[in-house]
Design a protein around this ligand. Structure first.
Ligand SMILES: Nc1ncnc2c1ncn2[C@@H]1O[C@H](COP(=O)(O)OP(=O)(O)OP(=O)(O)O)[C@@H](O)[C@H]1O
Length: 473
């Protein structure tokens, strides 16, 4: 049908998603013309009815914008790239531009969540973490769950969170969408995508510290973060600078790691298969975990205490990765086969080794094919929880673990073990999703699929799909 032959044209425009390269999505439009007004209305009605049936699409969203995240362009990015798309999709929003750190977290404790179909945060990983803490905290409060009890099962959050990347680090967005692009993320929100995500709770004794969705790292990654904070004035280059300095200092830390292997899990950290859209391993593992928990609550099995593996030693790094932790710099991440929603984390123990060996291990994170775990000083385990007790701890920490493995008193020691650095630093700090923790003795537990994101995981074999049907989403 050609519009120029029509005497009375009627038209409507359909906006659709088109896949571009590297997981990027764009909004395209096609206009349909019709000479018959009634027919045109029928088409419109039919399309609107179809859209109405897609009840998973959000209609009302609560949006938090951090105006100071990244290059301070959060507000601009939202107004220019995201808001017009939400309005095209008839999504109404309540927008809160944050005025101070933790504004969004505090607000989430008070707001009437029933009014919304989802929460959107515009900012970086720090902003996402704030919203995550606000939402999980609020849901536990409403369900009367004590977050300070490390053993308590947490209540799942059904409200989805969308991340519009506008920070200096957008790792969670990158790992769950495949790219940190505001328009792509907005389109995933509009389509109502849903990606469940595991969350780890981190406790010190019976005190809740933080939730983590990506990396909980001690030793190398803790030191890099701590060093980078002292050099904030360098901007994003502070991470490279601090990384180089930390590498040169070549420190190791002594302590004891106790962990519970995730025996039900289907995959292993050494798998070649990565977590992708509709991941089979996430589905199977979470199903088996649910089954195991059902058996336990029915009293058929009650041996939660056993199955702890204890590793005592000198570590360059202790990393617990809840997801691959892929980012543009390390495209496969710290643990390439880690899964977003299988109820496990990958615990990577890098024991004391030579500087050259450590460099070889680090370099493998940046290359695509080599296995970074294939070294005699690296061990990797798929776990559901772990505890760490440093060899040198404060009085405060003496009763830190309930396993009673280490019962030594506080003692100060000059750093004779580090002739290369000449430091007197006995303990490292924990890097919890980019924030340092004060306590060194801690306990981490994975909560399977505790939250949901407006994402779908990383789509594979894009090329094939693009060739056959570029717009099918
Ligand atoms: N209005 C505000 N003023 C100051 N800080 C804020 C404000 N709103 C949010 N924040 C805090 O700013 C921190 C960093 O935000 P965000 O993650 O968006 O940016 P970023 O540049 O990626 O930072 P980082 O790399 O440290 O995560 C968050 O911890 C958040 O709590």
């Amino acid at each position: 049908m050609q519009w120029k032959h029509m005497c009375k044209p009627h038209a409507f425009t359909v906006h659709y998603v088109q896949r571009m390269k590297k997981h990027r999505w764009r909004c395209k439009a096609v206009t349909f013309w019709c000479s018959d007004e009634v027919l045109c209305c029928h088409w419109l009605q039919a399309l609107n009815d179809l859209l109405e049936q897609q009840t998973w699409r959000p209609k009302h969203l609560l949006v938090y914008i951090n105006p100071y995240g990244g290059k301070k362009k959060g507000k601009q990015i939202y107004e220019n790239k995201v808001a017009p798309l939400f309005s095209l999709a008839s999504i109404s929003t309540e927008v809160i531009v944050t005025e101070y750190a933790n504004h969004a977290r505090d607000n989430l404790y008070e707001v009437n969540l029933e009014k919304y179909d989802g929460i959107v945060c515009v900012g970086g990983d720090g902003m996402f973490s704030e919203v995550l803490h606000g939402l999980i905290g609020r849901v536990q409060k409403d369900a009367d769950v004590d977050q300070n009890n490390p053993k308590v099962p947490l209540s799942r959050c059904n409200m989805r969170i969308g991340i519009i990347p506008a920070g200096s680090t957008d790792c969670v967005c990158f790992a769950t969408v495949g790219i940190n692009d505001p328009v792509t993320s907005a389109l995933h929100i509009i389509l109502g995508d849903c990606q469940p995500l595991d969350v780890s709770s981190v406790h010190h004794k019976n005190m809740f510290l933080k939730y983590s969705v990506s990396l909980l790292g001690y030793g190398f990654y803790g030191d890099v973060l701590k060093g980078s904070e002292k050099n904030r004035w360098l901007g994003p280059a502070r991470y490279d600078f601090s990384g180089f300095k930390t590498f040169l200092s070549h420190r190791y830390y002594e302590g004891t790691v106790c962990f519970q292997p995730a025996k039900w899990a289907v995959g292993s950290p050494r798998d070649k298969v990565c977590c992708t859209f509709g991941c089979y391993i996430c589905r199977q593992s979470s199903k088996q975990l649910e089954e195991q928990q059902r058996v336990k609550t029915n009293g058929l099995e009650s041996n939660e205490k056993e199955n702890w593996t204890v590793v005592k030693g000198k570590f360059m790094a202790i990393n617990a990765a809840n997801m691959s932790c892929a980012c543009p710099r390390s495209p496969r991440g710290l643990s390439p086969a880690a899964h977003l929603a299988d109820g496990t984390a990958d615990l990577i123990l890098v024991r004391k080794c030579s500087r050259l060996d450590f460099l070889r291990h680090l370099i493998r994170h940046t290359t695509s094919n080599n296995d970074q775990f294939d070294f005699p000083f690296v061990d990797v385990h798929r776990i559901k929880s772990f505890q760490f007790t440093p060899k040198h701890f404060d009085e405060e920490d003496t009763e830190s673990t309930d396993l009673g493995i280490i019962g030594k008193k506080n003692f100060a020691q000059i750093c004779t073990d580090h002739p290369s650095c000449g430091c007197n630093q006995l303990n490292s700090v924990w890097n919890c999703d980019g924030e340092t923790l004060e306590q060194t003795a801690l306990e981490m537990r994975v909560h399977c699929q505790l939250i949901k994101l407006f994402a779908r995981g990383i789509e594979e074999s894009q090329k094939q799909e693009d060739d056959t049907n570029p717009s099918r989403v």
